[in-house]
Design a protein around this ligand. Sequence first.
Ligand code: MN3
Length: 206
Amino acid sequence: MPHALPKLPYAYTALEPHIDAQTMEIHYTKHHQAYVNNLNNALAGTGLEETPVAALIADLSKVPDAKRTAVRNNGGGHSNHSFFWELMKPGGAKEPKGDLADAINSAFGSFATFKEQFGAAAVGRFGSGWAWLVKAGGKLTIASTPNQDSPLMKGVADVVGMPILGLDVWEHAYYLKYQNRRPDYIAAWWNVVNWDEVVAHFKAAK
Ligand code: MN3
């Protein structure tokens, strides 16, 4: 079965005023759809059409040379955005709980310090890319990737592991509402993070 756009778990207006409806609609129906279409086009005839996207991008050496860059960019884009939509929710828990809260405190000192360091990685990513909280080698690490690279990509990402939280800092994610003010977008985004989903990723990465 070719890759397909996953269902968005809320309405385009649901994350207002932090993420505006027009940005959500364009981001999902145009940008994410384009990654899906381009991925399916790149995979056609390779025998890799049925490979789940996480496995596909984890080992890009299995992708034919001529298709590798397209799969890295568009498979990464599909995987990253599918992950990202589920990380947001209107009115979700404001902070992590339980083992994840303990692990964040242990790795970064406090939740507030974690947010500062994650925000700095997101602001500091030059051009387009993502900031991540990654479980790698049994510990939590903040990382960032350029373009649509993912911590799942072995041999590509600086920090390879299971993403727990990710933030899209491409201008298409915020420009309509925030223009050049990426720090304002990041500050607003914390209001819509779905910490229950982040906790689920943390547990699954054990
Ligand atoms: Mn995006």
